[in-house]
Design a protein around this ligand. Structure first.
Ligand SMILES: Nc1nc2c(ncn2[C@@H]2O[C@H](COP(=O)(O)OP(=O)(O)OP(=O)(O)O)[C@@H](O)[C@H]2O)c(=O)[nH]1
Ligand SMILES: [Mg+2]
Length: 255
């Protein structure tokens, strides 16, 4: 149970469980999110001033976020420099994995919190040499619910749905999938073994949420889809550079 975000107090949308939060709870949660949003915008301004584009990677636990970062580092070597902020409840396993491959990584261990927030990211930013990078990945805590509600100061949201999870997840976790600027259907190498994951159905579930984001079927293991993913990253960097040269900073579409 999340002790930080109050998710256990959120109203359940079912006739059998008609629980609604008190007005006091509503006020506390609104204040909490407003404070977070203000700090997130400070993070974004800080990153913009240094020409760094931040990407919030979200998925359920084990969908392949760290494996994707490892494969991305290999694919972009010598072209785009990036660092990673790693979010987990416990251990620095992922940070150690990335550092072993020469990727600059900074761990946040959240203890009991099931998501990162802007304050945690702000503290981690102090530990990263932003002068050496153009791109910052923030690997959020594995969770398909709360991370989508907390702006961190990122410029884009990337959501992974791994094939063993089933193709109906966008329908079941709409808040997360509405927030996606791109959907990666990960572990595509397992498609022939699973037999019942239909990428077209997963995409239809996303479109039913009125989200027009691109969908890439990808495998960090086989390399399928990595070229399209890297092209999307290049386009995001280009778009942000253009925006920074002309106008004000933008939050991702739906945080
Ligand atoms: N078959 C297959 N397995 C994969 C792929 N990507 C990751 N895995 C495996 O999936 C497991 C979890 O991968 P991670 O990259 O640690 O997943 P994660 O999303 O970072 O996990 P958390 O940080 O714990 O949420 C590992 O055993 C990986 O080897 C893939 O493309 N294909
Ligand atoms: Mg990981």
């Amino acid at each position: 149970m999340c002790l930080d975000c109050g998710c256990q107090l959120a109203p359940a949308l079912t006739r059998d469980f008609p629980r609604s939060p008190s007005s006091e709870t509503n006020t506390i949660m609104r204040d909490l999110l407003a404070d977070n949003d203000a700090l997130a915008q400070r993070n974004r301004d800080y990153l913009d001033a240094r020409g760094v584009v931040a990407i919030n990677l979200m998925s359920s636990p084990g969908a392949g976020k760290t494996a994707l970062l490892e494969a991305t580092a290999a694919a972009l070597q010598g072209e785009i420099n990036f660092a990673v902020i790693e979010g987990d409840l416990a251990t620095d396993n992922d940070t150690q994995r990335l550092r072993a491959r020469g990727i600059a990584a900074q761990q946040i261990t959240t203890g009991s919190a099931c998501h990162l927030d802007a304050g945690m990211v702000s503290a981690a930013l102090d530990e990263i040499d932003l002068n050496r990078i153009e791109l910052l990945f923030i690997e959020n805590v594995g969770n398909l619910v709360c991370p989508a509600s907390f702006d961190l100061g990122q410029h884009r949201n990337v959501v992974l749905l791994s094939t063993p999870e089933g193709d109906d997840k966008p329908a079941k976790y709409p808040v997360m999938f509405r927030a996606a600027d791109i959907l990666l259907l990960s572990k595509a190498d397992l498609l022939p073994l699973l037999g019942d994951f239909d990428p077209a159905r997963a995409e239809r579930c996303l479109r039913d949420l009125a989200n027009p984001a691109p969908v890439i079927t990808l495998s960090a293991r086989s390399g399928t889809g990595l070229r399209e993913w890297c092209d999307w990253l290049r386009a995001a960097l280009g778009a942000e550079a253009l925006r920074a040269s002309g106008s004000k900073t933008n939050a991702p579409a739906s945080t």
